[in-house]
Design a protein around this ligand. Sequence first.
Ligand SMILES: Nc1ncnc2c1ncn2[C@@H]1O[C@H](COP(=O)(O)OP(=O)(O)OP(=O)(O)O)[C@@H](O)[C@H]1O
Ligand SMILES: [Mg+2]
Length: 278
Amino acid sequence: MTTNTNDELAQIFEGWSSTVGKPTLKDNARMTTRGVDVFYGEKQAIFGVDLDIGKNEVLAMIGPSGCGKSTFLRTLNRMNDTIDICRVKGDIHLDGDNIYDKKMDVVNLRARVGMVFQKPNPFPKSIYDNVAYGPRIHGLVTRKAELDEIVETALQKASIWNEVKDRLDQPATGLSGGQQQRLCIARTIAVSPEVILMDEPCSALDPIATARIEELIAELSENFTIAIVTHSMQQAARVSSRTAYFHLGRLVEVGATDKIFTAPEHRLTEDYITGRFG
Ligand SMILES: Nc1ncnc2c1ncn2[C@@H]1O[C@H](COP(=O)(O)OP(=O)(O)OP(=O)(O)O)[C@@H](O)[C@H]1O
Ligand SMILES: [Mg+2]
């Protein structure tokens, strides 16, 4: 069994400069990150990550607990801004716009890059009002009929419409966990994001609800770009086309999902996917 002590890892990462695989895409990148470092106070959590997320791809991010997956994901829609001690360096672009530019409207950015969290977090409002919330605050509609249509379409795309169409005025908190998570996905979709970030979206769900969300991810990838953090390698294999392996804040390896899981090029990746580490 191969495990690495922290000293050995420090050695592995000494002079670390390259990622195995192709972190950058030529023509179809929707988001690009270059030289991204993240600090919490003095402590550095992410080291020089270069990674592109392609249009309409599902990119999975995997790696041992504490390796920085959530931290990196949060840099992509500036969710880290909400953490006082957190500082982000490097360049992150969305369709050519520098998202850390002073002129960037962060509320608008978070509509363009939506996020679905580990635990479903519907607002304590009706099912309808949860989905209508974004379109309302972003002033996307003026007429009730338009809003009704957006709400219905988002719920359909999130494959929950049939379960809720007769109870739209009831509290969202009355739904099951899996339904709540699909509602949260509908809420994200309702503002037509370019990218959807998902941080372990199924970890609070049972296997049936998980399967529904995984099917949904496949459907959504036709229209949206998705980056998903998951602890489940089976899930990464099922839903993603590319997988990025993170280790101690570094992007170790990225490539086609089937290649990462069958013929990884880096020992750290291999140790993780074969269960020898993490
Ligand atoms: N708000 C915070 N303040 C200080 N340190 C933090 C904060 N959030 C994360 N960290 C630290 O940053 C590092 C990366 O954490 P992160 O939560 O991004 O890892 P992760 O890969 O998502 O882990 P997990 O798989 O357990 O969710 C860890 O060392 C963690 O302790
Ligand atoms: Mg995490």
